[in-house]
Design a protein around this ligand. Structure first.
Ligand code: GDP
Length: 300
């Protein structure tokens, strides 16, 4: 499956270490726990989460009177699925029968444009009418890059000139989406973090424009994070997410890291669902996140 392919590095860098530990040590003792702890922390699962997880495992081992390391494997999988599972839906909240507006936020280079292109493709494949809005008028080349994706997946891009007011782009995009009876409008935004106050003002203005035209919009605000930056992605999310009304996360470039445990750390430390994960650069390399599929792809 896509998950299995895309998680190859994490399988090698994390799961195989666990499997190796289990076959090598055979018995569950203090050293076993210590090594397991090291592997988990090394995979970016996050120190606090790892401590709690190890405590949980110890208790389970005591309760079930487990001695063989091999018998711990399914319990570990079970616990990891539990850590990844949220009460929230991983589905995108679609405005049934009307226009759904999805806003994308995130720092430059995390894969925002790519994710928008992939999602446009995904929804188009599902028979939906999709439009994209080139709301990043700040970064050089951002508009053109979105247009390249537009051509690739056959979806129109609403744009203004570079440097223009993103809120004005959004206004036009929403108008166009309504006129053309589009189902989904995917909106790019500028990702410069160095000017946080202005960015927040800009986002607020975009929110107001969208909300005036489509009640209840934006239906989702997805923050895009780069998995290869590990714990940095997490602090970025904390910094960026608190004020921007983020409703869900997209974790990109999971194929490029051996530290896929970052998904667990993010899930534990942020009260936000991971909606999609990026597993490559091509248009099909986006998977809806599913905790069970994810863990099974790792350990299968
Ligand atoms: P933006 O600045 O946030 O819009 O980032 P881009 O969409 O331009 O992506 C930055 C780079 O990351 C590009 O070279 C993309 O091809 C690459 N990229 C994006 N998502 C993924 C992914 O899931 N896996 C891999 N391997 N590369 C990705």
């Amino acid at each position: 499956s896509k998950f299995k392919e895309g998680l190859e590095k994490t399988r090698k860098g994390f799961v195989e270490k666990v499997t190796d530990l289990i076959t090598r040590r055979k018995k569950i003792d203090e050293e076993f726990y210590e090594e397991l702890e090291e592997i988990l922390i090394g995979a970016d699962v996050g120190v606090t989460t790892v401590m709690n997880l190890i405590d949980d495992l110890r208790e389970e081992v005591r309760k079930r009177r487990i001695e063989e390391a091999a018998d711990l494997q399914p319990i570990l999988s079970e616990k990891l699925i539990g850590l990844l599972r949220g009460d929230e839906e991983n589905d995108i909240r679609l405005n049934q029968g009307g226009l759904t507006v999805i806003l994308f936020v995130g720092v430059n280079g995390v894969g925002k444009t790519t994710t928008i292109g992939k999602l446009a493709h995904r929804y188009k494949q599902q028979g939906k009418k999709v439009l994209m809005a080139a709301g990043d008028t700040f970064r050089a080349g951002a508009i053109e890059q979105l247009e390249v994706w537009g051509e690739r997946v056959g979806v129109d891009v609403i744009k203004h000139q570079a440097g223009s007011d993103p809120a004005a782009v959004m206004f036009d995009a929403v108008q166009a989406a309504k006129q053309r009876s589009a189902d989904i409008l995917l909106c790019d935004t500028a990702g410069r973090l160095q000017n946080k106050t202005n960015l927040m003002e800009e986002l607020n203005k975009i929110f107001r424009v969208i909300q005036r035209e489509v009640p209840d919009a934006p239906h989702e605000v997805l923050m895009v994070l780069d998995a290869t930056t590990g714990q940095n992605a997490l602090s970025q999310a904390k910094l960026f997410g608190e004020k921007s009304g983020v409703t869900g996360l997209v974790l990109t470039k999971l194929d490029g890291t051996a530290k896929g445990g970052i998904v667990i750390a993010i899930r534990q430390e942020l009260n936000l669902p991971v909606k999609f994960v990026g597993l490559g650069e091509k248009m099909d390399d986006l998977q809806q996140f599913d905790s069970e599929q994810f863990v099974h792809a790792l350990f299968a």
